[in-house]
Design a binder for this molecule. Structure first.
Ligand code: NAD
Ligand code: GLY
Length: 363
């Protein structure tokens, strides 16, 4: 097992990464301050992993809520099921919520923990690649609104993250690809040598090679932890973690949550960001086409939905948490490994990038 730390002063916490960690009670017990715990999971993950987690928690009053599975349920209505169970089972302010599942379960559980009785503790037990490399780390929690992705939420850091790489053996390939998109993101925004490693090793990740996955998870978590430690609540540099997300969130919302996976939308969105950066004179055409190749190797989409118009994109992109004074702000790449955020994007260049025909024809 490897342990990394998210360094946030008195709210610092460990990320445990290794194989077979789910049922290790010594990883949970120090982070549960009271006698109660509520495991939040979903209908897909519960039959696979719930018993293992329960077996680690025999010293506690353990209750369980099993949510429906899917991004389309990441909303306030589903969130209420968590509050209902907490109240029915009389959980008090010392309870600890345990998020067992992918990013949807993690984001909702974290938000429930942020708001139940004005804030209780929670532990992240991510079971998808995407959640192990991204969503379980950094304390962003929340739910979607029909008009915008992750629009209702809070920053609330977990007590610890337990990333059991063995859970990835049951992950469908499409979900693995979605996770690889966020892994590629770290190389693009801040870690060019890792990007070089990914150009050599993405096929191993796609074969679910356990060594390669463990390395990619550790490196991604370290990159994310470094950024979060500098800017916990995204007043500056943390925004670079959203490379491709402004385009991606527009795709997800337009297509209806759950139709395009978050990681798929981010994959296509990162290529759009690279294409736009290239049009603005930053990243080279060679680098853009290498990124396109890498995304193809990871079995990710390299164009947005064919039926999405420029207006569909720009109207959705206006409902983005980075928008300031009505101006869209985007994360772009100076070069591989160096991202920056800007609101100075010429609309004609943005429109060119947003045209699927242009994407297909020129990359
Ligand atoms: P997800 O939570 O929907 O999980 C993907 C699918 O895999 C689901 O059907 C799930 O039930 C299933 N699953 C989970 N673990 C499994 C396993 N081990 N074996 C088999 N099936 C398994 O999706 P995700 O990609 O994990 O997360 C996406 C969500 O994360 C989005 O809502 C996104 O907005 C959010 N997100 C949040 C942050 C953040 O910083 N908080 C960062 C990135 C993404
Ligand atoms: N996934 C973006 C962030 O955590 O800031």
């Amino acid at each position: 097992m490897n342990t990394l730390t998210v360094d946030l002063g008195d709210r610092s916490y460990p990320i445990f990464i290794g194989s077979g960690l789910l049922s290790d009670s010594s990883l949970y017990t120090p982070y549960i301050k009271g006698k109660q715990a509520l495991i939040v999971t979903n209908t897909t993950v519960a039959p696979l992993y719930l018993e293992q987690v329960k077996s680690a928690l025999t010293d506690f009053q353990v209750d369980v809520v099993v949510l429906p599975d899917g991004e389309q349920y990441k909303n306030l209505e589903t969130l209420n099921q968590i509050f209902d169970t907490l109240l029915e089972k009389q959980h008090n302010r010392t309870t600890t919520l345990i998020a067992l599942g992918g990013g949807v379960v993690g984001d909702m559980t974290g938000f429930a923990a942020a708001s139940y009785q004005r804030g209780v503790n929670f532990i992240q037990v991510p079971t998808t690649l995407l959640s192990q490399v991204d969503s379980s780390v950094g304390g962003k929690t929340g739910v979607n609104h029909p008009l915008g992705k992750n629009m209702i939420g809070a920053f609330h850091q977990p007590q610890c993250v337990i990333a059991d790489t063995r859970t990835l053996t049951t992950l469908p390939e499409r979900e693995l690809s979605a996770g690889v998109a966020e892994v590629i993101k770290y190389g693009l925004i801040c870690d060019s040598s890792f990007y070089g490693w990914l150009q050599e090793n993405t096929s191993l990740l796609m074969q679910c090679d356990s060594k390669a996955l463990a390395y990619a998870i550790e490196r991604s978590c370290q990159d994310k932890a470094d950024v979060v430690a500098q800017d916990e609540t995204e007043s500056g540099i943390r925004a670079i973690l959203n490379l491709g997300h402004t385009f991606g969130h527009a795709i997800e919302a337009h297509q209806g949550y759950g139709n395009w996976l978050h990681g798929e939308a981010v994959g296509a969105g990162m290529l759009m960001a690279a294409d736009l950066g290239c049009r603005m004179g930053d990243i080279s055409t060679q680098e853009v086409s290498e990124l396109r190749q890498l995304l193809i190797e990871a079995k990710l989409p390299v164009v947005g939905p064919v039926d999405m118009s420029i207006i569909d994109y720009t109207s959705r992109m206006q409902v983005d948490k980075k928008v300031l004074d009505g101006r869209i702000r985007l994360v772009l790449l100076k070069t591989i490994g160096e991202a920056y955020i800007t609101s100075d994007v010429p609309s004609d260049l943005l429109n060119q990038t947003l045209s699927a025909g242009e994407m297909l024809g020129q990359l």
